[in-house]
Design a binder for this molecule. Structure first.
Ligand code: KG4
Ligand code: ZN
Length: 345
C-alpha cells in the first residue's frame, strides 16, 4: 500500500511517502524563519506559506520515493487539531490530489500521529499496530502538553493537559524574555548546556498535585519577576546559562515526574514521549532515567520525528486502513481545528 501523507497543522509543511508501513521519504519545510521576526506563529502567514510549499513538498516526497502520483493507493492528511487556515490548506490539497488520481483520502488526528511517532524507525523495525502494548504517552509541543493512556490500539483516554501554557510555549516565552530568538526551546537547551541547573530554584507547578494536568504560566511569571529583581544578571558571565539550565530543569522535572506517576497509576509497563519538546536532550535523559528507575520501559520518538512531520501521519493512516478503522474524507469534508481525540472506535 503506497500512501502520500500531508501535515500542515501549524508552522511546518511536510509530505511523506509510506510504503507498506515503512517511511520511504519524509520532507519538511519549516516556517521558523518566517515567523521568527514576530516571535511566534502568525496564522495568516502560515496558511499562505503552506499553500506555497505543499506542491513542492509533495513533489519532492514522491521523487525521493521514486514514485509518481499514479502509483499511489491513497492520500493521508492531518485533519485537526491545529490552526484552522493552515489545516485547511492541507486538507483541500489532499482532497484535490485524491480527486485527480481517483484514490481515497484519509483524515488523521494530529495527536494520534504524535502518539505513533515513537514507533517509527525503532531499533528493531516494529509497527505499533503489530506490536501494541498498553502505554501512557506524553505529547509535549508548542501547542500541547498531554498525557494520554492508550489501553488498546486506537483507543485513547486523555488523562490530563495543560491548564494554560504548553511546555514548548513556556520555553518559547521564557526565551523571549531572555532576548533569545524563536523558537526558544533549542536556544534554551544550548545555553543550559553551559549552566548550573541547581543555581536558581524556579517553581515546579503541579509537580506534586494528584491530578494529571500541567500548568506552566506560573513558572514563566516567576522568571519575569526574577529578571525584574536581578537587573543586569543577563550581563554576568554565567547569568544567562544558569537561568536557562534552571528553567529547563524545572520543566523537565515536572514532565518526567508526571509521566511516570501517570503510568504507575494506569498500571502500564510502557511509557512513550513525542512532540517538539522531546527533542530536548536533558528531557530525554531524565525521562529515560526516571522511567527505568520506576521499572518502566520507555520509547521516545527520534528527534526528527518529534517535530511536526508527515511520516507519522502516513504511518497512522496505514495502520488504520489495515485495521479497517480509517476515516475516509469526502470532497466536501473540512479541516476541524478543534478535533477531539476519540476515546476509541
Ligand atoms: O511539535 P512542534 O514542532 O510543533 C507544535 O506542534 O507545536 O513543537 C515545537 C515546540 C516549540 O515550542 C519549540 O520551542 C519546542 O517544541 N522545542 C524544544 C526543543 N526543540 C523544539 N523545546 C525544548 N528543547 C528543544 N531542544
Ligand atoms: Zn504537533
Amino acid at each position: 500500500m503506497r500512501l502520500l501523507a500531508i501535515e500542515s497543522s501549524c508552522d511546518e509543511t511536510s509530505a511523506a511517502v509510506v510504503v507498506d508501513g515503512r517511511v520511504a521519504s519524509n520532507v519538511v519545510s519549516s516556517q521558523v524563519q518566517l515567523h521568527g521576526e514576530y516571535g511566534g506563529v502568525v496564522p495568516e502567514l502560515a496558511a499562505r506559506e503552506h499553500l506555497r510549499q505543499l506542491g513542492p513538498m509533495m513533489g519532492l516526497a514522491l521523487a525521493k520515493a521514486h514514485l509518481g502520483p499514479s502509483d499511489l493507493d491513497g492520500v493521508a492528511v492531518t485533519r485537526g487539531p491545529g490552526l484552522p487556515s493552515a489545516l485547511s490548506a492541507g486538507v483541500r490539497t489532499a482532497l484535490a490530489l485524491g480527486l485527480a488520481i481517483g484514490k481515497p483520502v484519509v483524515g488523521i488526528h494530529h495527536h494520534e500521529a504524535h502518539l505513533y511517532s515513537p514507533w517509527i524507525e525503532a531499533d528493531v523495525p516494529v509497527s505499533m499496530g503489530a506490536d501494541f502494548r498498553p502505554h501512557v504517552s506524553l505529547i509535549a509541543s508548542g501547542g500541547h502538553t498531554l498525557l494520554v493512556h492508550c489501553p488498546a490500539l486506537f483507543e485513547h483516554r486523555v488523562l490530563g493537559g495543560t491548564l494554560d501554557d504548553a511546555a514548548g510555549e513556556c520555553f518559547d516565552k521564557v526565551a523571549k524574555m531572555l532576548g533569545l530568538p524563536y523558537p526558544g526551546g533549542p536556544q534554551i537547551e544550548a545555553f543550559a548546556k553551559k549552566g548550573d541547573p541547581a543555581r536558581y530554584e524556579f517553581p515546579r507547578p503541579k509537580r506534586n498535585d494528584p491530578d494529571q494536568d500541567f500548568s506552566f504560566s506560573g513558572l514563566k511569571t516567576s522568571v519575569r519577576y526574577f529578571l525584574r529583581d536581578h537587573p543586569g544578571i543577563l550581563e554576568t558571565p554565567s547569568g544567562l546559562n544558569d537561568i536557562c539550565a534552571s528553567v529547563q530543569e524545572a520543566i523537565v522535572e515536572v514532565l518526567s515526574v508526571k509521566l511516570v506517576r501517570a503510568a504507575l497509576k494506569a498500571g502500564v509497563k510502557l511509557v512513550s514521549a513525542s512532540g517538539g519538546v522531546v527533542c530536548n536532550g536533558r528531557l530525554r535523559e531524565v525521562l529515560k532515567y526516571a522511567s527505568h528507575a520506576a521499572g518502566l520501559e520507555i520509547r521516545m520518538a527520534s528527534p526528527r520525528f518529534c517535530t511536526d512531520n508527515a511520516a507519522m501521519v502516513g504511518m497512522v493512516a496505514y495502520e488504520r486502513i489495515k485495521a479497517g478503522k480509517a476515516e475516509f474524507l469526502r470532497l466536501e469534508s473540512e479541516a476541524v481545528a478543534g478535533l477531539v481525540l476519540e476515546a476509541g472506535n
